[in-house]
Write a protein that binds this ligand. Sequence first.
Ligand code: ATP
Ligand code: MG
Ligand code: MG
Length: 486
Amino acid sequence: RPEENTTNDPKILEKHLKETGGKVVTRFPPEPNGYLHIGHAKAMTLDFGYAEKNDGICYLRFDDTNPTAEKQEYIDGIIENIKWFGFKTHQITYSSDYFDRLYEFAIQLIKDDLAYVCHQTPKEMSQGRESMIDSPWRNRPIEESLAEFEKMKKGLYKEGEAVLRLKMNMKSENPCLRDLVAYRVKFMTHPRTGDKWCIYPSYDFTHCIVDSLENITHSLCTLEFQIRQESYFWLLDALRIYKPVVWEFGRLNLSHTIMSKRKLQQLIRENYVTGWSDPRMPTINGLRRRGYTATAIKQFCEIIGVSRKDESLIPIEKLESVLIKELDKTCPRAFAILDPLKITLTNFEKFIEFEAPNHPKNPSFGKRKISLTKVIYIEKSDFRMNDSEDFYGLSLNKEVGLKYGINITCTKAITDKDGKVIELEAEGDFKKERKPKGYIHWISPDQNEKLFTGEVHVYDHLLICEDPSTVDDWLAQINPNSLTCY
Ligand code: ATP
Ligand code: MG
Ligand code: MG
């Protein structure tokens, strides 16, 4: 638990304690511009987890200040994912719920001479920031800024013609204190507030104020926001409202995949994957379709922990191994052949049934019946024309055990005109007189000669390289064999 990095005025603290009863309050603040991914799972494990461990509460807050990219579909998807994880949401809120209050705070700042309307172009603004030179509008009279801000609100300025800026410190070593933009003009219909506003508050303006209004005691965010901590506290001090403790944690990066929503969008748009829930995607929905459970993902997040400096790449195998360990305990087993090779048992006409345990180590899973008929199928890779020391499968004149069934010896390999093996013949040893070198899995049609068939998708890594941040062209790293269909 890092040091608390803020203190509040006793009066403000008293009001805060009255409103919260001293409870820990956290929030998970996704922007609804995409579906959640495994990186968000780490953030949620911390936000919801810290509240839960401390008997506190956690808000789900949609950070919807940028109507350009945000959609109801994503809001619904995020709510559904959080339910699936079983995280307890105290209340769902939206940054847009606070638009009226944020606007009032903006007026207050102008009146206190802590904000001004600026007409610099974005280019002039960034040049001014870089060379630490004040905007020519910085010292205009308060009354003028109030009138100009009103004009912005009424839609009398086009996008880019006027912004509200905070009067911070253009000479600060920290670029995030060089008069940040608080409001910009945007003629966009907002999913929740419709056409009520044509000015929208920036992330920097909104996030800290809403944290304060919701009495968030611990505002957890990823390390890239560390540089913005000073402006976070500056604004709350300027408004004389409650300041949460701010803790940063490292962003999760997994090998062989990417986490940026912008890049995930691109994969979908350019048809590299079928959508947000494609099993190759690092999204929660993709992982679910791949067979991941909520418990495995949460356990993975617990294992990787909160380390502050470690933004290094976590091998994706670490995530996989957590799931494998869980599924090994919880999943009943069955045989499946993906790439079949037909074998005819020449000394057998009948039909026999065997019993196989549904779980190799846990008898409480019970048993299932598996049938053996004259024709069986094994995996192509379990047969080799040329036997070798290290091969435990079937070969010509070699005996192998059918798992939970009989032993068979291959007597003939039928090949096509290119010499490729297309079918085998074998003799069965029903008494299992010898102990074979290896056992292989197999399937047979059932008593009614029915073979259960289906399409199987086998997925591999999305990207060939381990760390896409080290390559120039990440799209060139897309694994062409990330999906094999059988
Ligand atoms: P992107 O840059 O892909 O849009 P973001 O950080 O803007 O990602 P948000 O939806 O705003 O995504 O994130 C909601 C919360 O999840 C934030 O607290 C953010 O810091 C956290 N988060 C996002 N990505 C990761 C990640 N890879 N690892 C840990 N936390 C993350
Ligand atoms: Mg974002
Ligand atoms: Mg964000």
